[in-house]
Design a protein around this ligand. Structure first.
Ligand SMILES: Nc1nc2c(c(=O)[nH]1)N[C@H]1C(S)=C(S)[C@@H](COP(=O)(O)OP(=O)(O)OC[C@H]3O[C@@H](n4cnc5c(=O)[nH]c(N)nc54)[C@H](O)[C@@H]3O)O[C@H]1N2
Ligand SMILES: Nc1nc2c(c(=O)[nH]1)N[C@H]1C(S)=C(S)[C@@H](COP(=O)(O)OP(=O)(O)OC[C@H]3O[C@@H](n4cnc5c(=O)[nH]c(N)nc54)[C@H](O)[C@@H]3O)O[C@H]1N2
Ligand code: SF4
Ligand SMILES: [Mo]
Length: 768
């Protein structure tokens, strides 16, 4: 394992002739992004941000930026930004003209008073901390919830916890490691030219559109960099996105049928004896049973289920059996009640072919280091801790496996709890980076709004007013942007080789904005003035960041040999670290330091003892999507189409950026992708407003007629609201709410995976 080393000698701050200062920094949020740590050069003149460019000295992003970062000045100085704390009488929830500016002291006094009052009445778990996806705020969710408020009610309101956690659970239970990623030579100074590195022959891209999403800390264009060097991609995606159009094989599958295809790839590799016997023998558990199960899914059967050419299944499987091959596996494998089976069969392909932790294969993650949480009963190793609190965290009574997965409530059951107060009342809401009534994280967002409307106290932290805050909050706290505060951005939570970066303050915050970290510490000082444990860490933002850096294994200052500090990292801007190949041979994956994998048997569990223990089938299986034409033939006449949702757009991060004019010029309203033949059949023209409707709800979007989708499948945007509709109810949040067409609590057996697509609908032109 290498030490952290400085990446570039370029000074952090330089000055141009006209007095403009150029600051190098790494970006996280706000505005939202997944901690990719893209390198920025922020040009500041007379204390004002005038321009942002990419930083060529960031060796992974090499100066490339998305349009969202290029429009940072517009975001930063937008007239709608929240600049001061505000309060509103609870009786006026939903009313825009009742907000009143207050001081930070008054805001904190209100919060602390409510905290005392409500926890006395209902117990500490009544406090809930709500976070969305991996923005910087989410790195503080568990600390804020567990350590500041002493509550267990951390909430991520995503049906079936359908983002990353299902994928990561499968990695943990089957591969016995933390988050995995493709090997993009991220930790090497000379990147792809390092002699230890080998370019993958094929990358299997599954339900992930990295060029537009840069997901989970990954710089998506690294896939293209690798393609330019000769790597080929095999894409599984119902939409023909850019990667699919440049693929050796594109499987344009029927939405939601993924497990069938993954099992069939295994079947070909096993039947044709293309797998790595040595690896299977030495390092896997349950191969024979796994092989037998996968072989029940013949390529012919999968081709019929997924509606793809059978010969392509054979051909692509043969490619994937080669060495090295890698995979880029994304969100759509989470958003499916069949999720654990999909992931099981996908990782199985790479395990049986020995493409784990080899150069150019799948890079195994070491451990969660970035404020993440593992289940309170210990993941993978099945350590059952004695339960001191007899009341389960909300939803863990119905889905006890959640105890082994993550320390949050089970999202779908949280809605029950909010309504029924069982197992305990949730009356204090601390909303920290989730606009959950805006067709985004929740399914049936209006039901969530109703369930929260009468809660005793709601406080939110954000950059802009949004429908959720307008509908529910009593106090709102203004958050500073990424350029106005300090922090660190860790590459894939530091469990993958790569970089970590200083997020540096290049401007004084506008108005009275504070960072999430500052807010968390301020609250801590008021709620826990006598903190003794880790008191130094909680004393200031710098102390907190120093502690965070020092808890990462690769960090010691190479010059002094002493603990690395935030100040040193800030001057470096980026630091790099390597993680060796073949960690399972070196004993780097297990807590006991022995060779092997962090699973109960110490091997890759093709037959999963954890799944078995938790009451799930230990082997992968295919489940037909619950609302498909095959499951519900009686719906076909009324709802002849299937929809998928959530394709990422470079112009927005979920519900964010809707107020940025130059981004709205590129995408003016929510759009629905419709195949030309489908459009013709329904009398729909390019740019028409259409209504999309199904048994759960309806919404409206603008038609984009395009062959990117197959006939019969439509692709719908998510996350829309219209900040310009200031006089309309909650910024017209209901208008384009595709999430109101999604059933709630249709999830996998263990509480993971839900339908954010593969659902039936009809469309028709909307007359106005
Ligand atoms: N139909 C459909 N729905 C989906 C998806 C899909 O594919 N299809 N994807 C789902 C997925 S994977 C996810 S993870 C969820 C995401 O859902 P969320 O993460 O809840 O996203 P938003 O609703 O945009 O809420 C984010 C809010 O945080 C604010 N914010 C941004 N940065 C910061 C920050 O650093 N600090 C603070 N305090 N606030 C900040 C933003 O201004 C915004 O108001 O959406 C899900 N929703
Ligand atoms: N610009 C931008 N970037 C983002 C976000 C954002 O809102 N905007 N959100 C962030 C978040 S929270 C996340 S989780 C990541 C997600 O990022 P990714 O993991 O890359 O996932 P998506 O971009 O949602 O891409 C999913 C792809 O799966 C396809 N798909 C749809 N249904 C199915 C299916 O049934 N099976 C298969 N195999 N494929 C299917 C879609 O057509 C799409 O091309 O992106 C992050 N990055
Ligand atoms: S992925 Fe795009 S939006 Fe996110 S930090 Fe990098 S350049 Fe900015
Ligand atoms: Mo996500």
């Amino acid at each position: 394992m290498s030490e952290l080393t400085r990446v570039s000698e370029t000074p952090r701050v330089t000055e141009l002739e006209d007095g403009t200062k150029v600051y190098r920094t790494a970006q996280w949020s706000p505005p939202g992004c997944h901690g990719v740590g893209c390198g920025l050069r922020a040009f500041v003149k007379d204390g004002k941000l005038v321009k942002v460019e990419g930083d060529p000295d960031q060796p992974i992003t090499n100066g490339r930026l998305c349009v969202r970062c290029l429009t940072l000045p517009e975001y930063l100085y937008h007239e709608d930004r929240l600049l001061y704390p505000m309060k509103r009488d609870r009786a006026y929830r939903g009313q825009p003209d009742k907000w009143e500016r207050i001081s930070w002291d008054e805001a904190y006094d209100i919060i602390v008073e409510k905290y005392r009052e409500l926890t006395e009445k209902y117990g500490p778990d009544t406090v809930s901390v709500w976070t969305g996806t991996g923005r910087e705020a989410s790195a503080y969710q568990f600390q804020t919830c567990n350590q500041v408020f002493h509550s267990r009610t951390a909430i991520h309101a995503n049906g079936g916890w359908s983002c990353v956690i299902p994928r990561q659970t499968a990695m943990d239970w089957l591969l016995g490691c933390a988050y995995v990623e493709y090997d993009g030579a991220f930790g090497f100074k000379d990147r792809y030219d390092d002699p230890r590195y080998e370019l993958p022959r094929y990358m299997l891209v599954w339900g992930r559109d990295t060029l537009w999403s840069n997901p989970d800390g990954l710089f998506g264009h690294s896939t293209v960099d690798m393609m330019k060097r000769g790597m080929k991609v095999i894409v599984v995606d119902p939409r023909a996105n850019w990667l699919a159009r440049h693929a050796a094989y594109h499987f344009q599958i029927r939405p939601g049928t993924d497990a069938a295809l993954a099992m069939a790839f295994n079947a070909v590799i096993i039947k044709e004896d293309l797998y790595d016997h040595d690896f299977v023998e030495k390092w896997t558990y349950g191969f024979d049973e796994y092989a037998e199960r996968c072989c029940t899914m013949t390529p012919e059967r999968a081709a019929e289920i997924c509606e793809v050419p059978v010969e392509d299944i054979y051909a692509a499987a043969r490619c994937l059996a080669q060495k090295p091959c890698t995979a880029s596996v994304g969100l759509k494998t989470d958003q499916n009640p069949n999720t654990l089976q999909i992931c099981h069969a996908i990782w199985g392909i790479f395990a049986i072919c020995g493409n784990l932790d080899n150069p150019g294969g799948i890079k195994l993650g070491q451990t969660m280091l970035n404020g993440g949480s593992t289940g309170r009963k210990g993941v993978g190793m099945l350590v059952e801790e004695e339960d001191t609190n007899p009341i389960p965290i909300a939803g863990h009574d119905q889905y006890p496996a959640m105890d082994f997965i993550i320390n949050t409530t089970q999202p779908d059951c949280t809605l029950d709890t909010l309504r029924t107060n069982i197992p305990y009342p949730i009356e204090f809401l601390f909303i920290q980076s989730s606009n959950f009534i805006s067709s985004c994280i929740t399914q049936q967002p209006m039901q969530w709004m109703e369930a929260c409307r009468h809660k005793e106290f709601v406080v939110a932290t954000d950059i802009f007013m949004n429908p959720t805050i307008q509908a529910l909050a009593d106090v709102v706290l203004p958050v500073s942007t990424s350029l106005e505060h300090e922090g660190i951005v860790t590459f894939h939570g530091c469990n993958q080789p790569g970089q970590f970066h200083a997020l540096t303050k290049v401007l004084e915050p506008l108005g009275e904005c504070k960072s999430d970290l500052e807010i968390m510490l301020d609250l801590d000082h008021r709620i826990n003035p006598d903190r003794t444990e880790d008191a130094e860490k909680w004393s200031s933002p710098h102390a907190y960041l120093d502690n965070k850096i020092q808890n990462i294994p690769y960090t010691a200052d190479p010059d002094t040999g002493e603990d690395m500090t935030y100040e040193t990292l800030r001057e470096w801007v980026y630091g790099r670290y390597e993680i060796p190949y073949y960690q399972y041979e070196l004993g780097l994956l297990r807590a006991d330091g022995k060779p092997g994998f962090k699973s109960p048997t110490g091997r890759v569990e093709l037959w999963s003892t954890v799944k078995q223990h938790l009451g799930e089938d230990p082997l992968p299986y295919y489940e037909e999507p619950r609302f498909s034409k095959r499951s519900r033939p009686e719906w076909i006449d009324e709802y002849p189409l299937d929809f998928v949702t959530g394709a990422r757009r470079p112009t927005s991060f979920h519900t964010e950026h809707r107020m940025i004019d130059s981004l709205r010029e590129i995408r003016t309203a929510a759009t629905v992708e419709i195949h030309p033949a489908t459009a013709e059949k329904h009398g729909i023209g390019q740019g028409d407003w259409v209504t999309i409707e199904n048994p759960w709800g309806k919404c409206q979007m603008v038609a984009d007629i395009t062959p990117i989708v197959k006939e019969g499948v439509i692709g719908c945007d998510h996350g829309w609201w219209y900040p310009e509709d200031k006089d309309a109810e909650l910024f017209s949040v209901r208008k384009s709410s595709i999430n109101s067409l999604m059933p709630w609590k249709e999830i996998g057996k263990l509480g993971l995976g839900s339908h954010y697509g593969a659902l039936p609908c009809k469309i028709y032109r909307t007359e106005n």
